[in-house]
Write a protein that binds this ligand. Structure first.
Ligand code: SF4
Length: 430
């Protein structure tokens, strides 16, 4: 495979993971040495809920150990199409397949367009690199500070902390597929320490988002160590965790985990539900346990063509999220990551969805539609235009039912806040 501008970063040693750094390439990047390590599994183990004990099924470690990875295992759950078989065949060295038995049971065994199945079973077209696609679509690798390769520092006041390279499932649309799933070894303690040191010596950082990989697949002990180290840094105000665990491994959210998490408030969690089919009683219970631990929950949905690209689906999803105390936070235009052209929607489809939601759903259920700037630069909000004209004394707008309304501007326009000087001076603070 021919690649441009590829370098390899190593997290820790000797079992460090390798990240690829590239903005421009002509062929798809292959993961180094990443054959489908369990392709040689001899025969299908018993993985269906009806085939195992309740104790095994509800054990999150059992779920992780028994992820579906091979053709034989996938065939036992669904009737595979030729295109899916081709996707599985090209996977070794190219991308990772991994599906918890719990999530696999949500797949429609017969319908290849099942929204759960489409998110985790690869297709042969993933081999194709389309114009405008990147290995690292958000330019994250270029934002890793010297000596702190598990930190991405894009905005002044916050950082992304890549705590591990493992996820419970491997999503076909993942924008970090260049790094997640190699599982050649978790990021070393030394690399994590270097990340913590960077945060300690950078007082501008007020907000740390733990991601990866999925932080909730770390042991409770290791996750607590990280959270406690971060919480001990005086200038870090809020902690956040990005996770798909409530979606695909809800049994992980147990009493031990929530009791630990609640010690590190203010702590926020963002989940990643993409379709109402993922909101099962188990997923709902996991979110409710987190909410009961006082953790504000948001959801980040990625728009995926043929999965959730209809307004009615996002409306149903967002209503279901609100019912389980999860606030729809972002609706992402799919990032232009290599091999995902078939899953990306036109920008207009997202705008149409936003148009549909406004007025039909409480503002609490309306996410921000954003495009994460290809190549880096951050999130750019997009959406329907409600301002029709802006005159010197009035603004003409339209409402959700396309009725034109006029807002007359006030006679005084000076927006200075005279008390702000007192407030900023600290004289008025108790
Ligand atoms: S859980 Fe998140 S990081 Fe992991 S593969 Fe899916 S989208 Fe990527």
């Amino acid at each position: 495979m021919r690649l441009h501008c590829i370098t390899t970063l190593t997290f820790g040693a000797p079992s460090g993971i390798h990240l690829r750094v590239s903005d421009s390439l002509v062929e798809i990047a292959r993961l180094p040495g990443q054959a489908n390590r369990r392709a040689e599994r001899p025969s299908r183990p018993l993985l269906r809920r009806a085939e195992v004990s309740e104790a095994e099924w509800s054990d999150w470690r059992w779920q992780l150990r028994h992820r579906l990875e091979t053709l034989a295992e996938l065939e036992a759950f669904v009737t595979l199409t030729d295109e899916e078989r081709r996707g599985i065949a090209i996977a070794p060295g190219l991308f990772r397949i991994g599906i918890t038995p719990y999530y696999a049971e949500l797949m429609d065994p017969q319908h290849p367009k099942c929204p759960v199945r489409m998110q985790v079973i690869p297709l042969g077209v993933e081999e194709k690199v389309s114009p405008g696609e990147y290995v690292d679509p958000l330019g994250e690798d270029a934002l890793m500070p010297e000596g702190a390769s598990c930190i991405v520092h894009r905005y002044p006041d916050r950082v992304l902390f890549l705590a591990l390279d493992r996820c419970a499932i491997y999503c076909r649309h993942c924008n970090r597929r260049r790094m997640v799933g190699q599982e050649t070894g978790i990021i070393s303690r030394a690399a994590l320490e270097a990340g913590l040191d960077y945060i300690r010596r950078t007082p501008a950082i007020k907000d740390v988002l733990l991601s990866g990989g999925d932080p909730l697949t770390l042991s409770t002990e290791k996750l607590e160590w990280l959270l406690s180290e971060l919480r001990a840094i005086a200038h870090v105000e809020i902690l956040r965790i990005g996770t798909r665990v409530p979606v695909c491994l809800p049994m992980r959210v147990d009493a031990e985990l929530t009791a630990m998490l609640r010690k590190y408030h203010p702590l926020y969690i963002n989940t990643h539900f993409n379709h109402p089919k993922e909101i099962t009683p188990e997923a709902r219970a996991a979110c409710e346990r987190l909410a009961d631990a006082g953790i504000p929950l948001g959801n980040q949905t990625v728009l995926l063509r043929g999965v959730n690209s209809q307004p009615r689906i996002i409306e149903e999803l967002n209503r279901a999220l609100l019912r389980m105390r999860v606030k729809p936070y972002y609706l992402f235009q799919g990032d232009p990551v290599q091999g995902t052209d078939h899953l990306r929607t036109p920008v207009g489809a997202g705008i149409e969805i936003m148009e549909h939601l406004r007025g039909r759903l409480t503002g609490m259920g309306i996410p921000h539609l954003v495009i994460d700037a290809p190549g880096g630069g951050g999130k750019i909000p997009v959406g329907p235009n409600y301002v029709l004209a802006w005159g010197p004394d009035r603004v003409t707008l339209r409402d959700w039912q396309h009725r034109t309304v006029t807002y007359v501007e006030p006679s005084e326009r000076d927006c200075a806040c005279p008390y702000d000087e007192v407030w900023r001076g600290g004289g008025a603070r108790g």
